[in-house]
Ligand binder design. Sequence first.
Ligand code: BT5
Length: 252
Amino acid sequence: AAVEYGLEAPFDVEFHDSIPSTNARARDLAGEGAADVAVLADEQTGGRGRLDRAWSSPSGGIWLSLLVRPDVPPAHAPAFTLAAAVAVTRAAREAGVDARIKWPNDVVVAGEDAESDDGERKLAGILTEMEGEADRVSWVVVGTGINANLEPAALPSEARPATLLDEVGAVDRRLFTQRVVEAFDELRADPESVIQAWKKHATTLGKRVRVDTPAGEVVGDAVDIEFPGTLVVDTGEERVQVTAGDCEHLRP
Ligand code: BT5
């Protein structure tokens, strides 16, 4: 079923009932010179996560890609992932969900045992893609997948998914998306403010973590986050700055 989105400015909206991937569509639009477009779909048939993983996107979710052309160097792109995570977390908390941010790109709902990630379930994930020169990005596409009006059973169980439907009942997807886009728009105007906002809702800080990074595994205490989205892990011997990777919360 199609949904009337009609988002308010500053993003033009392109809505699809079904599309392979809103990120792929936003990248095409970037190639055509577009800016400040929100691509939305009710269903994606080829949704992607990081490292080309599949992202399950049945009808009823909020599959959203924001195409922006910020005046920043490519190294600042992680701040946009963080901004989207904060935006989704705020909207979910307003809707009554105890959402928190798991570094770097997950919005999760806490489980019974809030001290470890046992039972933490993934409500949303973010995939940021970009193109640009050394000193300035040409475009950034911030893809955000939010499990909205879906049953968790419609998603892969090994992914331990959470959905808004299951947590608080069906949401008005147009309004929810509007809140996410507004918050993102506010945060992107001041990327350095994102870090403070992120810390407020982070579940990773203070936890013992194992991070699988391109340079190897880092195990220690997640002690801080630094602009543009670097996780600082205290291994007991040194403080390691991790810019990318998959993070697992360990029991203390
Ligand atoms: C992400 O990747 O979490 C980024 C997901 C981005 C999706 C959006 S939807 C709109 C836009 N268009 C796209 O094509 N993509 C973006 P990653 O951290 O790599 O997590 C991927 C893993 O999450 C998978 O390997 C599964 O285990 C799990 N997963 C797949 N679908 C899920 C879902 N709907 N909910 C929760 N977990 C899921």
